[in-house]
Design a protein around this ligand. Structure first.
Ligand code: FES
Length: 156
């Protein structure tokens, strides 16, 4: 075998091996992609990731009969402490979207725009609101109170 023939054979072997590696690599990557897609289909992302947890404060700082206002985004949220536990309400009036106020002495929410009144559990007592205040999930973990709000909640 001449030098020229030997070099051509080596080059063709090198080319064959390189194209084999590319083909095997492509098959492996495709397999991994299919496995990943199947795994995500069978085990979708957990529900937890759809929610955001906001710290309200210490439970002892909101005595029964009181409410605490916090801001989430730029919207107010009220955490009320009723005898049966904590409840969390949107501060956005369901009528036309004004911001409600907490009236501690009356233990009620009041909307200054068209005078809607809501009880401390969010129910409509007076005024034009078509429905109660929107309510969010509340979590009490140890001595701390959290609000659990769905990430695409329309009122936040
Ligand atoms: S916006 Fe609240 S009563 Fe109209």
């Amino acid at each position: 075998m001449s030098d020229h023939e030997e070099k051509a054979t080596r080059t063709s072997r090198r080319y064959f091996l390189a194209s084999g590696f590319v083909a095997v690599g492509g098959i492996l990557l495709t397999g991994l992609f299919v496995l990943r897609s199947g795994f995500l289909f069978l085990f979708p992302k957990s529900r937890e990731r759809e929610y955001t947890k906001y710290l309200v404060g210490k439970a002892k700082d909101i005595p029964v009969g009181k409410a605490k206002e916090i801001s989430i985004g730029n919207k107010p949220v009220f955490v009320t402490h009723l005898p049966e536990g904590f409840r969390v309400f949107s501060g956005v009036c369901p009528h036309l979207g004004c911001i409600v106020k907490w009236k501690e002495r009356e233990n009620q929410f009041y909307c200054p725009c068209h005078k809607a009144v809501f009880d401390n559990d969010g129910t409509v007592l007076a005024g034009p609101s078509p429905r109660p205040l929107d309510e969010f999930e509340v979590l009490v973990e140890g001595s701390l109170v959290f609000v659990h709000i769905r990430k695409r909640e329309p009122v936040i």
